[in-house]
Ligand binder design. Structure first.
Ligand SMILES: [Zn+2]
Length: 153
């Protein structure tokens, strides 16, 4: 059995915080009867923590960029307290932005590695590869979701 730190999951979540959960829920329901899971996953789970949540990779080197000046220096240092404030009931925005001076909705920021805000996600557990092949998501769903590789823990 591999050590937990070697486990890689894929999170599949709506591409926007207001994205419809229905198609994702339908896909998850279909996984229950599938002979093989996408990306060679050994299991899957529907995760709905009861409110919007920030889903990120848990990998090192996480950086956040201004959506107006995306090739500028990262604004991660400004994002971290903005995220904490949001988690404690504060506004869902960052600003003034240290790069452009504007105010950005948190979900408009650029993340590397990929991350996003959503109320729910499908977790594909212990995958064999860090991506989904064409056809592993139903037609129409692939454009509506974000796929985030995550090392849990
Ligand atoms: Zn900015």
């Amino acid at each position: 059995m591999p050590l937990p730190r070697h486990r890689l999951d894929l999170l599949v979540l709506p591409a926007s915080p207001a994205g419809a959960l229905g198609p994702l829920r339908d896909w998850a329901a279909a996984l229950a009867g599938a002979a093989a899971l996408p990306a060679g996953a050994v299991a899957w789970a529907w995760e709905e923590p009861g409110g919007p949540r920030f889903w990120s990779s848990g990998l090192g080197g996480f950086r956040v960029f201004c959506p107006v000046v995306p090739d500028g220096a990262p604004i991660t240092a400004a994002f971290v307290p903005a995220l904490e404030a949001w988690r404690h009931g504060g506004r869902d925005a960052l600003g003034p932005c240290p790069r452009c001076g504007g105010v950005h909705p948190l979900d408009a920021l650029r993340f590397a590695p990929e991350a996003g805000f959503a109320p729910a996600a499908v977790r594909l557990v212990d995958v064999a590869r860090a991506w989904l092949e064409p056809g592993e998501l139903p037609e129409g769903l692939s454009a509506a979701v974000r796929v985030i590789p995550q090392r849990p823990g």
